[in-house]
Design a binder for this molecule. Structure first.
Ligand SMILES: NC(=O)c1ccc[n+]([C@@H]2O[C@H](COP(=O)([O-])OP(=O)(O)OC[C@H]3O[C@@H](n4cnc5c(N)ncnc54)[C@H](OP(=O)(O)O)[C@@H]3O)[C@@H](O)[C@H]2O)c1
Length: 311
């Protein structure tokens, strides 16, 4: 029977993360929870995030039963930008240095609408919130910190429609989800480029976790995704592994990108702990630059990549 510890599949079970602090957004359930528990078993201090206080307390209790060097829950609704800024402030007050920032919270939101700040909902939660959180936490990131963002294979179906980002009537549903996951890849590549240009050793990578039959995400996904995912999950593992996984398998690449000493990539898109080429649209440098500028404009932030000054 397969081991359900993501750190085993990611080949990092022997890595010691004690002394490191890891923030996993969206770790009250699903992939984020499985990754948070793995980081805890590897000895890190784990900062758990979500909206559901009870689920957050349950994950903290689970972490306290591992080798984690402490666990704390932070609540923040990513559909409210002021809550994202507050989360960054609380994390900065809590820790001197963040070693891993895992931008994982997100989902498929078929009802569309807008966030509290008037941004198309899926784009706001899945892209703009992690953009703002990362920007706010840049001064708190350790010298060789890792920013890991959960994207999706769905990015291949996405295109950036910059005109739709303030208009909830257009681009709802799967198209908007695919666009937000494309934004995750473009953001990762542009962040990596800017960090490198600023002479910082912080890396940024993103990944596709697989299509996970038991996840909240697939339960909410439109037909035929839940049906197909369930059917494919009955097919022998080697044939479907790149596409259909368990929650634990889905967390493997996140744990690999956060913990593997072998990782020497920045700006990469990974599946099954291996770097893959993302879509043509995701490799468009001009679109990545524009997304960065539009995101700064929509969020009212100017991202400063200079390292924090040593006191
Ligand atoms: N599962 C898949 O098949 C699949 C495939 C490709 C990509 N992904 C990506 O993987 C990531 C995690 O998905 P999952 O499958 O693990 O889903 P999940 O089980 O539904 O977990 C989603 C997590 O995100 C948090 N979240 C959702 N909306 C939020 C909001 N408005 N503000 C703050 N936190 C919010 C949830 O926390 P609360 O409920 O506590 O708010 C929860 O911890 C997502 O980015 C998703 O796009 C999943």
């Amino acid at each position: 029977m397969a081991d359900d510890r993501p750190e085993v599949g990611a080949d990092v079970a022997d890595v010691d993360l004690s002394g490191q602090t890891v923030l996993v957004t969206g770790s009250t359930s699903g992939i984020g929870r499985a990754a948070a528990l793995a980081f805890g078993r590897l000895g890190a201090e784990v900062l758990v995030h979500g909206r559901d206080e009870d689920a957050g307390a349950a994950v903290v209790a689970e972490l306290e039963a591992t080798d984690a060097d402490g666990a704390t829950f932070f609540a923040a609704d990513f559909a409210d930008r002021s809550a994202v800024h507050r989360l960054a402030e609380e994390v900065t007050a809590h820790t001197d240095e963040l070693d891993v920032l895992a931008n994982n919270a997100g989902g498929y939101f078929p009802n569309g609408g807008t966030t509290e700040d008037g941004i198309a909902f899926t784009f706001g939660v899945n892209h703009l919130a992690p953009f703002v959180l990362t920007a706010d936490l840049l001064p708190t990131l350790a010298a060789e910190a890792r920013v890991v963002t959960t994207s999706s294979l769905a990015h291949r179906q996405g295109g950036m429609d910059f005109e739709s980002l303030r208009t909830p009537e257009t681009g709802q549903g799967w198209g908007e989800y695919a666009q937000s996951k494309l934004a995750n890849v473009l953001f990762t590549r542009e962040l990596a480029r800017r960090l490198d240009a600023a002479g910082r050793d912080v890396t940024a990578n993103c990944f596709h976790p697989g299509a996970i039959p038991g996840s909240g995400f697939v339960r909410n996904a439109p037909f035929p995704i839940p049906t197909l995912t369930r059917a494919l999950s009955a097919v022998p593992d080697p044939l479907t592994r790149p596409f259909v996984t368990t929650v634990s398998d889905g967390a493997e690449t996140l744990v690999y990108l956060g913990a593997s000493p072998e990782l020497d990539t920045s700006g990469g898109y990974f599946t099954n702990c291996r770097e893959r080429r993302p879509s043509l649209a995701a490799r468009d440098e001009e679109t990545a630059r524009r997304l960065w500028e539009v995101s700064e404009d929509l969020a009212g932030v100017e991202v400063d990549l200079s390292p924090a000054i040593e006191q």
